[in-house]
Ligand binder design. Structure first.
Ligand code: 5GP
Ligand code: ZN
Length: 113
């Protein structure tokens, strides 16, 4: 738990979120400003700032994020989806607790702007 971290507060239940999945070390919840018909975030409850801060001991946790995100996508009716990690402000990161976006339910353009 990092004090003053929005996603640590959501993970702790101190700030409400529309949860789609939760277990001891992970949480999936809907993005407050969805960019697609289905748009949710997957976070580890452990505070990790961004992908560049992932350590070797986090490798299993990061793999689990991809599995959970893909499964929750299926449970929410989408078979085609995009998994996105933004690292750093220029890449679009605004919350500095690592999170994986899961976006789907419409056709998505590539490359991103
Ligand atoms: P980033 O831009 O850091 O990759 O993504 C952060 C995401 O968190 C954004 O898509 C933003 O809409 C979402 N977000 C920011 N604050 C909140 C919040 O309080 N609740 C929820 N559910 N999502 C949030
Ligand atoms: Zn945090």
């Amino acid at each position: 738990m990092s004090s003053n971290c929005l996603f640590c507060k959501i993970a702790a239940g101190d700030i409400p979120a529309e949860k789609l999945y939760e277990d001891d070390d992970m949480l999936a919840f809907r993005d407050i400003a969805p960019q697609a018909p289905v748009h949710f975030l997957v976070i580890p409850k452990k505070h990790i700032q961004d992908p560049a801060a992932i350590s070797a001991e986090d490798e299993a946790l990061m793999g689990k994020m991809m599995r959970v995100g893909s499964q929750v996508a299926g449970e929410n009716g989408i078979t085609d989806f995009r998994l996105v990690f933004n690292n750093g402000a220029d890449a679009g990161q605004t919350v500095f607790h690592i999170h994986m976006h899961v976006l789907g339910g419409r056709s998505l353009s590539w490359p991103p702007g």
